[in-house]
Design a protein. Sequence first.
Length: 639
Amino acid sequence: MKHYAIPDVRDVRIEKGLLGDVAAKMIDSVIPYQWEMLNDRVEGAAPSHCVMNFKIAAGDVKGEYAGCVFQDSDLAKWLEAAAYSLMVKPNADLEKTCDDLIAVIGRAQQPDGYLNTYYTVKEPGKRWTNMRDNHELYCAGHMMEAACAYFEATGKRQLLDIMTRMAYHIDSVIGPEEGKLHGYPGHEEIELALVRMYHATGDALMLKLARYFINQRGTKPYFFVEEAKRRDSNNYFDQNDFKQLYWQSHLPVREQAAPEGHSVRAMYLATGMADVARETGDNTLIAACKHLFESTSTRRMYVTGGVGSSSIGEAFTFDYDLPNDLAYAETCASIALCFFMRAMLQLEPDGRYADVMERALYNTCLAGMSLDGRNFFYVNPLEVDPEASHKDKRKEHVLPVRPQWFGCACCPPNLARLTTSLAKYMFTLGENEIYMNLYAQAEADLKLGDKHVTLKCGTDYPVSGEIVLHPGAGKYALCLRIPGWAKTYSIKLNGESIDAAVEHGYARIEREFKDGDVIALSLPMQPRRVYANPHVRADIGKVAIMRGPVVYCLEQVDNGALVEALCLARNAELSEAAQPDKLGGIIEIHAAGKRLVSSSDALYSDEAPALEDAELTFIPYYTWANRGENEMTVFVRDI
Ligand SMILES: [Zn+2]
């Protein structure tokens, strides 16, 4: 089956601009800072216990296991991000830190290949008794991803060998054969990781296991029900009837038409399905992936690319249920949505996948971290009143400012591994075709079959929509994504306008490129109004502002209190103002608006509130909550 490759991280240097700056911040500041966090050396922050748990499991120190049952995964995600960091910017000290850490991980591995510090330290003898809740396969998946990334970065096999032994151990315990557990992970992730292991090792066992987990999921009798019968427990999940939806185990995956349950799990599953489908050419699985894409992107996704509407189960709910103030929209879920879209782009070039990926990346993902890289959001609401967050139990998950770290710190290292590996999202590569999915200042050296093609991209995107490309010499097709939000565009080759055919969202320029050729792509980067489908009850009568891929919001600090009382007339002009010193450098959007003002203090009155003139100042959503606690809203009253 025809499919598309992605570049290695080291093949694309993203140097400047919004994405380049975020990656540099990650590498220079956040990854070292997170290492301190994982070692419990940051004063005032909740301890992670991560490294300590591994040292205890390794027998290096004595102590008790601490933290969540899936704590190992935070370390794995950090190690994966550190590997990408080494590819972008070699650092002997960091590599030594990683080598030493991998030696500890090796000592924590049990003689039979098993690796999980929770069970090794805290509940030896109870391994594989609660695959639904206790994340052994999830943690293994993350460590497999770290192993593949570290092997790619350094050529060192130690962690890859450790995780290969773990895969063989898993295969000895779980599978279709009699005497094995016929199960699958309660939190998906290992499926996509096993496909990476398959690529890194060439070992068919990896793909066999990934396929088994995908195909076995949701079959009857339900594994998690049978497993719970064998287990004497009465935990949160036993007490709450999630009806298998929470774990996406309610139906075989090919019968699941919409994403259900825990949103991070659902998106990791979808990614694993697409990855397995690509490797096996399974058309029924591809069809299921497309159904999940359609239902997610057309009915269950916030304008910010956030997914997961309810804090109960951190879950998808139903079509068009996208409350702004109660949103869950976990940072990890949007990161996982980017993974899913990357996997779909590897199946077929369709600009809609890149549109969703870009939406999630520039909005919910970037909003997950403060501008200084020190604080992180887990939940990404579209409307916040700090008083409600403090006093209303239903909104206690909606934090008005980013905390330093979490007891459950899945999002910060996940963000680190995404933003340090954007090369994998920026391009997909066919036999003789380059698909450019994201635009950023970059220099690339891309493998097209057995040849190399260089490509330089100069742009300050998304500040402007002007993109100048210097393709290296050779005969191939350069396919430039024309975003779904771009109503117009122009392409010039060496100063002359050209008519490039647009297929599935990509303008295709196929020719014998010569050294010195210059392609200029111009996308319309003006502010625009965006309306939700009226089925989204929360957004009826409201409008959001976007500029290119960036969603905007109103914050109290710029607009005064009660931002919900602000209104934007349909004919009001949206003007831009560059603010190089504000919030790390932004394009602010201004509009003459109105404010609803009551004429009396009465709770109810016969008199309609007056509409007073108000100047509205919109800032990019990803920059909100960097100036202390204050109100924020994405959707504004449309009058
Ligand atoms: Zn998370």
